[in-house]
Each structure stands twice: as structure tokens, then as C-alpha cells.
Design a protein around this ligand. Structure first.
Ligand code: PMV
Length: 332
């Protein structure tokens, strides 16, 4: 019988950012983080273990994976093979359905989909919490793409903490809040410095300790406002998180700059719109593209305004997305 399994997982945008590890090998983060899954951005992955093949075959977006991606996918497959006590190599085929090449290629949706598909194909029966822990090993933020909707990922940073204690869980289902992320694509270039390198470098920023000591208050305030579905109450902290993430990157050694000139122009515009009464707040991933968070009724207006920028190449409007799930529609 074939063990072929296909899983779909959505990308997520963090409101409280994960930047830096407490344990880099296990990808246990320095702090709790909060995010929303994005229904418009997803990865679909089919995995099949086969005793008859001699090495893992990994196809991403129709091409054999590059060496770095291949090594990371194999490490994740090895972890799953070990847990399932199997040795068969795997066929993996994966693609993002992000509209065009958007520069949003996210390891979160990729490793969430890979983890669910491979775990099921290997015969592992894991509950949601265990899946988040397993996905976390592939890419930290992938843990938050396993549960649906609005999600928190707990850090577990005591010296006695175990890997199983750093897991993600749902705070609100996607249908609970019609919040939109209006994404302004200002660059489609692949990142110069990946987030794994950014996490590793953050310990060299003199501001890291200050951030970590102040974060719990912000976290609990944000969490409370999120549960109240109060964007206005979250906005200032959402923007502070985006700035702090990039400030930490810029003050790491060597420094990491993700912003493009257009990034700054869009941030300025959002602040200006707010002065005019439009309740919109920006955030950023480890890249130059800007995410603008608004209530659904304002999403179209914000999208139209962003489209008027000469250096905004594309605008994507996304609502809160589902968690990772399996489907019978295989990619091979
Ligand atoms: O999961 P990683 O290693 O790609 O890290 C994600 C880091 C940010 O996207 C910048 C922040 C976050 O919490 O998603």
C-alpha cells in the first residue's frame, strides 16, 4: 500500500516576532511569538517513502532543490524517520501557490507542509501539539503554521525546559476575526541573508538583552488585545515589533539590512494615513515587503492606495488562514 501523503500549509505573519534562539540546534526561540496564518499564501507538499530508491529525491517548484534547501529538508526527513523507526528514502515534491515570484517564499508554510506530509507518510500519529514541535525543528516559524488562525508559540526558556515544551497553539480560529493583511511587494529578490543566519547573528546586537527583558509586558498586552479582536489596541506594539526586528538585524555584526527605499516610503505613508483616520498598521518579515494590517472593510481602500506607488510591484490581500491539513490531491 502506498504511503503517499500530501499536505497543505499556509504562511504566517508574526505580530510578536521570533528573532533569536535560546537553543539554535533545536530551534527553541528566545521569546514567545504571536502570528496570523495567511489564507492567500500556501505550500503544497507530497511525500512518499520508498524502500526501492537509494537517496531522497526533492523537487521544489518543479526543480531539484538547491544544496542548502536539500540539506535542510533531509535533516527534517531524518528526524521523522528516526521517530517512525524507518529507513526508507523519500520522494518529495513541493510548490508554493504564491501569486508569481513574490519574494515571500516562506520557510514557515514549507516546513509545516513537509512535516505533516512526511509524518503521516511515515505512519506517525501525532497530535497537533506534537506536530508543531516537529515542524519547529525545520523552521521555527513553521510551528505557528500548524494550528489554524491566530496562533501563539511558547518559548520554554528555563534551563530545565524540554523541546516538547516549546510548541504552538491556537488563540483564535480564522473565522473569529476578519482581519486582513494587505501585502505590498516592493522587491522580488531572494534574501541576501537568510533568517537562520539572522537568528545566529542576533546575539551580537547590544540591544538584544534590552528587548528580551521588556518583551513579556508587550506580549501579554498584545495577546489580550488579540483575544479582544482590538486592532487599535495592538497596532502600536505590532509596529514596534517590526522596527525592533530590523533594528536588531541592523545592529548585528556584520549588520543585516533588509529594507529597500520603497519600504521606508510605504511605512511613512501608513503613518500618514493613520493621521487621516485610517486605522492601518504595518509590519515586516525579514525582508523589504510591507504587510499592512487592517479590518476587512478597509482592505480594498488600502490595497488601492498601495497600488499607486511606483515601486510597489504587486499587492496581495490575505485573510486569516487555516492550519495545516492533508488532501488526496497528490503532486505526483
Ligand atoms: O522560521 P524562521 O527561521 O524563518 O524565522 C522567521 C523570522 C521572522 O519571520 C522574521 C519572524 C517571525 O516570527 O516569523
Amino acid at each position: 500500500m502506498s504511503n503517499k501523503t500530501t499536505a497543505i500549509a499556509h504562511s504566517n505573519i508574526a505580530f510578536i516576532k521570533y528573532w533569536g534562539n535560546f537553543d539554535a540546534r533545536l530551534r527553541m526561540p528566545l521569546n514567545d511569538s504571536l502570528s496570523m496564518n495567511l489564507d492567500a499564501l500556501k505550500t503544497e507538499t507530497t511525500v512518499e517513502f520508498d524502500e526501492a530508491i537509494k537517496e531522497d529525491v526533492i523537487i521544489v517548484g518543479g526543480q531539484p532543490a538547491d544544496d542548502k534547501t536539500r540539506a535542510r529538508v533531509i535533516a527534517q526527513l531524518d528526524l521523522i524517520r528516526k521517530q517512525a523507526n524507518i529507513s526508507a528514502k523519500a520522494r518529495v515534491r513541493s510548490h508554493n501557490n504564491f501569486p508569481g515570484a513574490t519574494g515571500l517564499a516562506s520557510s514557515a508554510s514549507a516546513f509545516a507542509a513537509l512535516t505533516l506530509a512526511a509524518a503521516r507518510a511515515a505512519g506517525l500519529e501525532l497530535n497537533e501539539r506534537a506536530l508543531t514541535v516537529l515542524a519547529r525543528h525545520g523552521s521555527g516559524s513553521a510551528a505557528r503554521s500548524i494550528p489554524a488562525g491566530f496562533v501563539e508559540w511558547l518559548a520554554a526558556t528555563n534551563v530545565t525546559s524540554t523541546s516538547e515544551q516549546s510548541y504552538a497553539r491556537q488563540l483564535l480560529p480564522p473565522e473569529a476575526w476578519d482581519l486582513k493583511d494587505v501585502i505590498a511587494i516592493v522587491s522580488r529578490d531572494p534574501k541576501q541573508v537568510g533568517s537562520s543566519e539572522g537568528h545566529a547573528a542576533v546575539n551580537t546586537s547590544p540591544f538584544l538583552g534590552e528587548r528580551i527583558s521588556r518583551l513579556p509586558i508587550r506580549y501579554h498586552r498584545m495577546r489580550r488585545e488579540l483575544l479582544n479582536k482590538n486592532l487599535n489596541g495592538m497596532g502600536a506594539d505590532i509596529e514596534a515589533e517590526a522596527i525592533e526586528l530590523h533594528m536588531l538585524a541592523m545592529t548585528s555584526r556584520p549588520p543585516i539590512f533588509y529594507w529597500a527605499p520603497a519600504t521606508v516610503r510605504v511605512l511613512d505613508a501608513v503613518r500618514q494615513w493613520r493621521q487621516e483616520g485610517l486605522e492601518a498598521y504595518y509590519t515586516l518579515d525579514a525582508g523589504p515587503n510591507v504587510h499592512v494590517l487592517v479590518e476587512a472593510k478597509q482592505a480594498e481602500q488600502v490595497a488601492d492606495r498601495l497600488k499607486t506607488f511606483a515601486d510597489v510591484q504587486q499587492v496581495i490581500v490575505s485573510g486569516a488562514g487555516p492550519g495545516a491539513y492533508t488532501t488526496d490531491k497528490h503532486l505526483f
